[in-house]
Design a binder for this molecule. Structure first.
Ligand code: SF4
Length: 339
């Protein structure tokens, strides 16, 4: 629903370099909005990075096709199911299957894996597999998939083309519209701090999320990867990233927003800071150890050598110290009740 209380100028005033709104006040408002529209709980999503195959060459991403320094893998249905069983054993009610964008990852593998995960109980399945054929989206929806995350990355068409050789924002939006109309709870989001991005671009990112009626928004800081054209670019500004999370929460209200692993890599207390700025989702990785180290979208990613169990223990401590309650629910989109 369109936000009648705030405008693009308000969003700009929250994230401008010379903003007169102190970060602490902005974050406090964001937390109040989160509580009102999403409750005061944190949702966990068990992330399984099922493949690092990718046929794209996004300038900022370590999984890009031209990076020959990765050992490429595709997990089998059995491996995906075993990882999902672990997610279920921890009482987490969402499995996220994520990969690069590649025809080598067969639609049938995804279909079979969704069916196997659904047999584990009342578990929501989120897919984040890039742009695929519309027929694939239909197939997976029929198999039981619930949500699809496809970040638009930037609402600036020219910047989008520069960052994603051979791709266009219009095509990406076609996919997002299709996913929504097909019945997926749909997620999108942007990346903060890529070269060439302006404050107005970020404002437009948030407005685009509103226009798409997104159910989930992932706002992540740019982090350089050594095997990309952006290897020497500085990471995103942490305060700006947090202010954008807060601005998105205040403006968009009833969306699920993760405190991303990239944010936790940028800042030692990144997950905590993200939650304090209005995020309400954490996505601990359940990718098997032998694959985790090959899923390197950016450098110095945290928890690479840790079993899910150890990551979850430190996460429990963080959430406990903040006084957050972890929900035992699936955490479907708050917008579902309205639709
Ligand atoms: S951002 Fe996604 S599509 Fe682009 S190179 Fe990385 S994994 Fe591939």
């Amino acid at each position: 629903m369109k936000n009648e209380d705030y405008s693009a100028d308000d969003i700009r005033s929250w994230i401008d370099d010379d903003s007169s709104v102190p970060s602490a006040d902005l974050f406090e408002t964001a937390r109040q909005v989160r509580k009102q529209h999403c409750g005061d709980v944190v949702y966990l999503r068990g992330l399984i990075e099922i493949s690092n195959q990718c046929s794209c060459n996004c300038l900022y991403c370590g999984l890009r096709h031209s990076n020959e320094n990765l050992s490429r893998y595709i997990m089998s249905r059995e491996e995906i199911t075993d990882a999902a069983k672990l997610v279920a054993e921890y009482g987490i009610k969402t499995v996220v299957m994520q990969s690069g964008e590649s025809p080598l990852i067969s639609a049938e593998l995804i279909e079979d894996s969704i069916c196997a995960i659904k047999e584990l109980g009342d578990i929501a399945v989120t897919l984040s597999l890039g742009e695929r054929n519309f027929a694939d989206y239909d197939l997976w929806l029929k198999a039981g998939a619930d949500r699809y995350l496809l970040k638009h990355e930037t609402a600036n068409k020219i910047l989008y083309r520069k960052l994603h050789p051979g791709a266009s924002l219009d095509e990406r939006l076609d996919h997002l519209h299709y996913l929504k109309s097909a019945g997926y709870q749909t997620g999108t989001g942007n990346i903060i701090g890529v070269p060439g991005q302006t404050t107005d671009d970020i404002v437009n990112d948030i407005l685009l999320c509103e226009a798409l009626e997104a159910d989930m928004i992932s706002i992540s800081p740019f982090m350089p990867s050594g095997n990309t054209p952006f290897s020497k670019v500085q990471p995103a500004d942490a305060d700006l990233t947090l202010r954008v999370i807060a601005a998105a929460r205040i403006y968009l209200r009833d969306v699920h927003m993760p405190a991303t692993t990239a944010l936790a890599t940028l800042l030692p207390d990144g997950r905590e800071a993200g939650l304090k700025a209005g995020a309400n989702v954490i996505m601990p990785s359940f990718t098997p150890l032998q694959y985790k180290t090959e899923y390197l979208i950016y450098d110095n990613k945290i928890c690479l050598n840790e079993e899910a169990r150890r990551c979850l223990t430190s996460l429990d401590l963080t959430l406990g110290s903040l006084g957050y309650h972890v929900s035992g629910e699936r955490g479907d989109s708050p917008k579902l009740a309205i639709r």
